[in-house]
Design a protein around this ligand. Structure first.
Ligand code: PMV
Length: 367
């Protein structure tokens, strides 16, 4: 399918300056996307929980451009300060969207963005940031042109745009759980955008916790972009893609069934498989740290001695996500405080949980 729309240009005298604002959360992959092709398409299907607390709040201010410059006119400030790096990255993203949104060249943009989590916490902000921006753009399309035929079409397009900005961001536009990539059990699933599988979520998973242990706040030595690229030469890649497709399918069933044990088995194997793929890339690299392993060992001991279904997963970095049901929250939080914080940088962790998805907000007066 294509979203290219050469007709989406504006008559400048019709457009008043305005602002749009969305808050969009981060997500944690349960089955990981690792490896891509073409225009940011995934080599395998993936499924994630959308988080609640870790989110980006973005306001997009737009005005008709007086000059008729060649490129796009975009400035972005992060936490109140103009950020050259993110402004350039966002301008490149807007340039890339010109076949879909030719009007982006006719407007000037000032973007204000704030993360709910500290910028230096070692938590990726691209999923929340890109999804918040994509939602602002789709809202802008509705404001300048016509409404989408329904909300599903609105969110599919937001997810499509978010994907072009940062692959995994496409799963953040829905609450609960989302699938990206073709999966047999989800007929509407697509490689081009994610779809929600929230209505298939068993109650136990609707209130699941995800506590993020900050083992290291340093920037990772190999970016996700480079990591995806290295999958092209990885000898295990074909077997991995087949495994991930099968597991995404199974995970959707597990989420429906409320099977917390099978959920945990897949979750931990996915985390370790992701890092095994990094270690078997050419050149090989290691992103986990000694403290990551120390926590994993203690967590598995805790699980076998208490029977509490506490399981971990990892992103492309050393920090651990600890997932568990709401009924076990008090015991797990005590365990984290008493035995795990010692292994975290500055004894920090972020308490999060499965969230309801993005929210459109009123633009505040000070904006
Ligand atoms: O969206 P990217 O290009 O930052 O890649 C994200 C990859 C993982 O976080 C490791 C897995 C995933 O599916 O989110």
């Amino acid at each position: 399918m294509t979203y290219d729309r050469p007709d989406l240009t504006i008559i400048s005298s019709d457009v008043q300056p305005g602002s749009l604002r969305w808050r969009s959360p981060s997500n944690i992959a349960l089955v990981k996307y690792w490896g891509k092709y073409g225009d940011q398409l995934p080599r395998n299907a993936s499924v994630s929980f959308t988080l609640d607390g870790a989110a980006t709040d973005t306001t997009l201010h737009y005005n008709v451009r007086k000059d008729h410059g060649q490129g796009v006119d975009v400035q972005l400030s992060l936490d109140g300060k103009l950020n050259e790096g993110f402004s350039t990255r966002t301008a490149k993203f807007f340039e890339r969207l010109l076949p879909i949104y030719p009007f982006l060249k006719q407007l000037s943009f000032r973007i204000e963005t704030n993360n709910s989590f500290p910028h230096s916490a070692g938590i990726a902000s691209s999923a929340s940031g890109m999804s918040a921006l994509a939602l602002c753009l789709v809202s802008l399309e509705e404001k300048l042109f016509e409404p989408f035929k329904d909300r599903a079409a609105f969110f599919h397009k937001a997810s499509y745009l978010a994907r072009l900005g940062s692959g995994s961001a496409c799963r953040s536009v829905y609450g609960g759980a989302a699938v990206w990539g073709k999966v047999d059990g989800v007929p509407t699933s697509s490689e081009e955008y994610a779809v929600a599988v929230t209505e298939k979520l068993h109650p136990v998973f609707q209130t699941y916790h995800d506590d993020i242990l900050l083992i290291s706040k340093s920037e990772k030595s190999v970016s996700s972009r480079a990591g995806h690229g290295l999958m092209e030469g990885n000898p295990y890649a074909p077997a991995r893609y087949a495994q991930a497709n099968q597991r995404t399918n199974e995970m959707v069933e597990v989420l429906k069934r409320g099977d917390v044990e099978r959920f945990g088995e897949i979750l931990e194997s996915e985390a370790l498989t992701l890092h095994a793929l990094m270690m078997s890339s050419q050149p090989p690299y290691v992103l986990i740290r000694p403290n990551t392993l120390a926590v994993i060992e203690r967590l598995q001991e805790f699980r076998s001695s208490t029977g509490i279904p506490l399981y971990f997963t990892l992103d492309a970095g050393p920090n651990l996500h600890l997932l568990y049901p709401n009924v076990d929250a008090a015991s797990v939080k005590r365990f984290i405080r008493e035995q795990l914080l010692y292994f975290c940088e500055d004894q920090m962790y972020l308490a999060d949980r499965v969230g309801k998805g993005p929210e459109q907000l009123e633009v505040s007066v000070s904006d």
